[in-house]
Design a binder for this molecule. Structure first.
Ligand code: DAK
Length: 260
């Protein structure tokens, strides 16, 4: 990847997995417009790069991300917020079609928690803390936190977090379904990379369809979701990889996937 960024670091890809590090340590990875734009731009480039099958997104050891950059936020009045381009940038991040795994150590607060929730899977170090403390600033979550958190952890815990601003631990996040796995902090990125590499070896079209259909569950009722699943299932029946997968099983050999 030739483009260089100021606020994120793209490590050399390993086994078709791209590790992206948020890189504003001086401000605890507070999410400026520039950082969000660079992240969205990087993800869009990865989306059309056939050599990368999955992404791991991480922050620092003590802070994943401390939320929206409050210096930028302070400069926005009501009209500024109304005309803010950031919702469109968040949408670009959400539309990333390949698997996105967040490896979270330390604080994931406000927009930082919301960014982690934009990932498909969260792996957390046992020191991680998740919170939506916007209420302490006279605000509410603004990057989908009210909607995604309640879907992830349920009504009571989401209400507690958003109304009180209290953080939850990695363990509580795991128990409530916000995160998939808790590791020792030294292993968070490694585990996320391993998981991403496992997914990267799966047939890409099926992975993409699975992500797309799973996310639809947040947007539709059961009947519409089941129809959507049916259509995606039918589309995959026309893929080479699906035929290769079934044939390889029946012939007791390893499948050779081509991504077609
Ligand atoms: N913004 C800007 N700078 C921040 C920051 C932030 N969110 N968080 C930390 N920093 C800066 C601090 O100002 C400090 O800078 P200097 O004073 O050294 O210049 C440096 O990072 C270190 O911070 P601390 O001294 O506070 O470090 P501690 O280790 O003592 O504490 C902490 C770590 C993470 C607990 C603490 O920094 C903290 O509470 N940070 C703020 C957390 C927070 O309230 N986050 C929610 C922000 S509101 C929207 C989309 C999204 C959002 C809104 C709208 N739209 C699309 C409409 C999201 C809103 C939010 O996230």
């Amino acid at each position: 990847m030739t483009q260089s960024y100021q606020t994120i670091i793209l490590e050399p890809p390993v086994a078709a997995v791209q590790l992206i590090r948020l890189n504003r340590p001086q401000a605890h990875n507070a999410l400026t417009s520039l950082l969000l734009t660079e992240l969205a731009t990087a993800l869009e480039a990865i989306a059309s790069n056939d050599d990368i099958a999955a992404v791991v997104l991480t922050g620092g050891d003590k802070v994943f991300a401390a939320g929206a950059d409050l210096k930028e936020m302070a400069a926005l009045d009501m009209v500024g917020v109304l005309n803010d381009t950031r919702p469109a940038i968040w949408r670009r991040i959400y539309q990333f079609p390949k698997p996105l795994i967040a490896a979270v150590n330390g604080y994931a607060l406000g927009g930082g928690c919301e960014l982690a929730m934009h990932a498909d899977i969260i792996i957390a170090g046992d020191s991680a803390q998740f919170g939506q403390p916007e209420i302490n600033l006279g605000m509410i979550p603004g990057a989908g936190g009210t909607q995604r958190l309640i879907r992830a952890v349920g009504k009571s815990l989401a209400m507690k977090m958003v109304l009180s601003g209290e953080f939850i631990s990695a363990l509580e996040a795991k128990q409530s379904g916000l995160v998939a796995e808790v590791t020792v902090p030294e292993m968070t990125i490694e585990r996320a990379m391993k998981l991403a590499q496992t997914i990267a070896q799966k047939p890409a079209l099926a992975v993409r369809q699975a992500k797309d259909v799973l996310l639809k569950a947040f947007e539709t009722d059961l009947e519409a979701g089941l129809q959507y699943e049916r259509k995606a299932f039918t589309v995959l029946a026309g893929s080479d990889d699906r035929n290769e997968g079934i044939n390889a099983f029946l012939e007791k050999r390893k499948p050779k996937y081509t991504g077609r």
